[in-house]
Design a protein around this ligand. Structure first.
Ligand code: PMP
Length: 356
């Protein structure tokens, strides 16, 4: 696989750590991991005295089914945040390699790159918040290893067409990975995932998370979906036991038939609320524009974002001030809350009639 040759040579060359749990096999008496032979003092039967499965088998299978990919294409870890960090560490050499992004976008791509000593190439979004694939490609160089595309994009809420992603991936084939961050895709109606392009483009990596629609931000369960060889490469540098057993249980429970049905209902409710806010907010005090969103938030431009931010805070509501992002002067990002929370937000912005 050509794209693997773009990884840092020392990572390709090193002998990966083999954890005790990976070597457990069929044994029933486990004396190989320096664990306590007894369960925790107040919960003897919990199994928490044992290290968890490094890539929990049942969870990988469930996530594979959920996202429509094979289990070998799935890498689970501590949120998409860890996946972003693993990709940068595996591919970017300090002081030499670069990543490319289209700001304004999620801030962790640049933070992970700068932490690793990789420069960040920027091709700003167009005025309508669309990704300009040609501008992005024109800025990449031979040392660009990762191109991040966030869809729906945080903080604008705009969906990136699959055709744009395919254009990037085919132009960068064998040269760079196109990392498609789909943290909010569950809120984008029937928009297709970039996983549908994986058969044609081996240089696509898709990031999904249980933090948003599945309501598990506290459990930190993220999924990276890629060619099995890329998954194997990233396993070399991932911590031996990334997911705590309690978090794996929480994820499996959220992905049970009952959990999935509940999530579907909630996503429907949330989309209705997003619609209601998008319709009513334009007539609220100080609102200049409400941008179309395919995510669980709205990007809203105000006459004076700082003043609105402070006013909302005084009313006990905290939103995200994104006005420092390029192209987002005087914008606030407002997460869609419960119907009651949204009603209070609307009331605080002077829309009494819209309150539930
Ligand atoms: N990607 C995007 C676009 C996000 O907005 C976030 C969280 N705000 C993440 C990734 C990180 O998600 P996780 O909780 O899975 O680490």
């Amino acid at each position: 696989m050509k794209i693997l040759e773009r990884a840092r040579p020392e990572i390709l060359a090193m002998q990966p750590y083999s954890s005790a749990r990976m070597e457990a096999g069929q044994a029933t008496i486990m004396l190989n991991a320096n664990e306590s032979p007894w369960g925790p003092p107040d919960d003897d039967d919990s199994g928490l005295n044992r290290y968890p499965d490094p890539q929990p088998h049942a969870l990988r299978i469930r996530l594979g089914e959920l996202y429509g990919v094979a289990a070998e294409q799935v890498l689970v870890g501590r949120g998409s945040d860890e996946a972003i960090d693993l990709l940068v560490r595996a591919f970017c050499r300090e002081g030499r390699d670069t990543i490319a992004i289209s700001p304004p976008t999620f801030g962790m791509y640049a933070v992970a790159a700068r932490t690793q000593g990789a420069a960040v190439i920027e091709a700003p979004l167009a005025a309508d918040f669309s990704v300009d694939a040609e501008a992005l490609l024109a800025k990449t160089t031979g040392s660009t290893k990762l191109v991040f595309v966030c869809t729906p994009n945080n903080p604008t809420g705009a969906l990136v067409p699959l055709a744009t992603i395919e254009r990037l991936a085919s132009a960068l084939c064998d040269r760079a990975l196109v990392v498609v961050d789909e943290a909010y895709l569950e809120f984008a109606g029937d928009a297709a995932s970039a996983t549908t392009l994986l058969g044609r483009c081996e240089n696509i990596v898709v990031l999904r998370t249980l933090s948003k629609a599945y309501a598990l931000a506290g459990a930190r369960v993220g999924t990276l979906i890629a060619h099995a060889d890329i998954v194997a490469l990233l396993r070399r540098i991932q911590a031996p036991y990334p997911l705590p057993a309690l978090c794996v249980d929480a994820a499996l429970s959220a992905l049970s038939p009952r959990g999935l049905a509940r999530t579907r209902t909630r996503v429907e409710l949330l989309l209705g609320e997003r619609e209601r806010l998008a319709r009513t907010l334009p007539s609220a005090n100080g609102v200049l524009a409400v941008y179309p969103s395919a995510a669980n938030f709205l990007c809203v431009r105000f006459v004076d974002a700082r003043q609105t931010y402070r006013m909302l805070l005084e009313a006990g509501i905290v939103v995200r001030d994104v006005s420092r992002y390029p192209g987002l002067a005087d914008c606030l990002r407002i997460t869609i809350g419960t119907p009651q929370e949204n009603a209070i937000l609307l009331r605080s912005l002077g829309l009494r009639e819209a309150a539930a």
